[in-house]
Design a protein around this ligand. Sequence first.
Ligand SMILES: *Cc1c(COP(=O)(O)O)cnc(C)c1O
Ligand SMILES: [Zn+2]
Length: 445
Amino acid sequence: MPYHAWFQCISGCDEKYELNEIIYQCRKCGDLLEVKHDLSKLRRHSPEHWKKLFDERYRRTKWPYGSSVWGKKEFVCPNVDNENIVSLYEGGSNLFWAERLGKELGVEDLWIKQCGNAHTGSFKDLGMTVLVSMVKQMISEGKSIPAVACASTGDTSAALASYCAAAGILAIVFLPKNKVSHAQLIQPIANGALTLSLDTDFDGCMKLVREICSKNTIYLANSMNSLRIEGQKTVSMEIVQQFDWEVPDVIIVPGGNLGNTAALGKGFLMMKELGLIEKQPRIVCAQAAKANPLYLSYLHGFKEFRPVKAQKTLANAIQIGDPVSYKKAINVLKTFHGIVEQATEDELANASAQADRTGLFSCPHTGVALAVLIKLIKKNEIMRNEKVVVISTAHGLKFPEFKINYHENKLEEVIPRFANLPVEVSPRYDEIMTAIDRKLEKISL
Ligand SMILES: *Cc1c(COP(=O)(O)O)cnc(C)c1O
Ligand SMILES: [Zn+2]
């Protein structure tokens, strides 16, 4: 195998482990691990070679390289044999110029990366394909792994259940009862996962799944397992690739457990180290005001980090008070002149609805990112001429309750400024024309 990657402790204590070891934290100091790549081997090829190779593979059908994650296999997880890869053709989601929304908000070059246009409807597929492939690799090498488990706010569980079902491996998902959308709940059920609905919040589910995985040979699929981060980091590579290897000025991503904020930075650092890019973007982490421990830490220059008790938020996938990857995320934000900003329920719901008026159908987490964009433009922290990418992390269709309740004015703490209700009219020409005329009058006012 020409390329090689391994786990390494992030504390600098130099502990290293093979990727096919069942390990999530450093045995010496307990800190998180990250995947490290042998860059000297990757440097044997020029940056131009890699760009050309990745472009040739991008969204083609030569298995498994048409997947935008596995199309960059050498940068992601070279340790998996192709026959063990569990891929559902991840990545390659559309990145589009949101011209009308950008004009309304005051930035000319606004782009939305539609990561929610994905197999399970969120960007969690990108990391899950790597983790489940590595599990299949370990099983093929004779390791006993009876099941893979995760705690989830709804999207990780959907991705795990789907990829495990594709591989014929049992998935066990720990979900906080009544805190995920119906669409999110039905996904692991449909895929045959053991779906545990627990009377606690995400942080409570996380503690339990960690205990169960540490005392058994059940494999832990949460993002403290840094194999997930390796897949998620391809978002950064894909964005740059879609811009013909140019780097945008600002990238905004909603953050909960903060693995993705860390992953985004990791991808950009790797591309820079290997010479594929020269500049770095500013990275903005957008948090819900109801679950904002990183924002609070940012206000004090990241001098300390204190978990909070996450309050109920419409952005349920980021309702996390004790994020696993906070250290990694803080390192990234320090390196990338990062900003952390928060959004209230009212701000996130209205930002989402405003974006929908320009053709999107955005999820509440994307609403958080858009609300933060609006605030940073007002504060002059993002300038009119900057190229801005907002990462849309899930598909709006996963959150129909959010949308319906918004337009029916049933959301707590939200005054819907863009509500649009169906008009009940009898099926008669004149009544329909009256309704149309009324609408046309309103628009021309
Ligand atoms: C997981 C997730 C996030 C946040 O990612 P973290 O790594 O937990 O910070 C944001 N939006 C959606 C839709 C998600 O599923
Ligand atoms: Zn260590």
